[in-house]
Ligand binder design. Sequence first.
Ligand SMILES: CC(C)(COP(=O)(O)OP(=O)(O)OC[C@H]1O[C@@H](n2cnc3c(N)ncnc32)[C@H](O)[C@@H]1OP(=O)(O)O)[C@@H](O)C(=O)NCCC(=O)NCCS
Length: 82
Amino acid sequence: MTFVDLDGAAAEIDVTVVAEPWRDQGVGTGLKAASVLALIEDGVEPCRTGGSADNHAIRRANHVIGFLIDEQWVTLAPPDQV
Ligand SMILES: CC(C)(COP(=O)(O)OP(=O)(O)OC[C@H]1O[C@@H](n2cnc3c(N)ncnc32)[C@H](O)[C@@H]1OP(=O)(O)O)[C@@H](O)C(=O)NCCC(=O)NCCS
């Protein structure tokens, strides 16, 4: 499943999840791509999404679909980790 948050004409794809037995078979990429195509057909723009640095699968899917990285989050580290 994939959840899309619509805000006016813009969309934020919040979360995409594939049941474990079906992972790594192209389902996540295909699902997210189909969702993006449907949004574009409906005139939704821009389509934004995220993907944490340690989540290779969603970052690969985003890349294959055509998302470009335009910003990154930062976290304030505790003093003992600086
Ligand atoms: C992220 C997720 C949706 C991807 O769905 P999927 O159907 O497994 O993904 P795909 O089969 O389309 O694979 C996409 C790419 O990731 C790679 N990949 C898949 N599972 C992987 C894994 N466990 N580790 C590393 N790479 C993986 C695939 O090989 C493919 O790479 P390629 O384009 O180089 O061939 C799925 O792993 C999932 O539900 N994860 C838990 C929820 C989550 O983290 N969602 C994303 C954050 S919102």
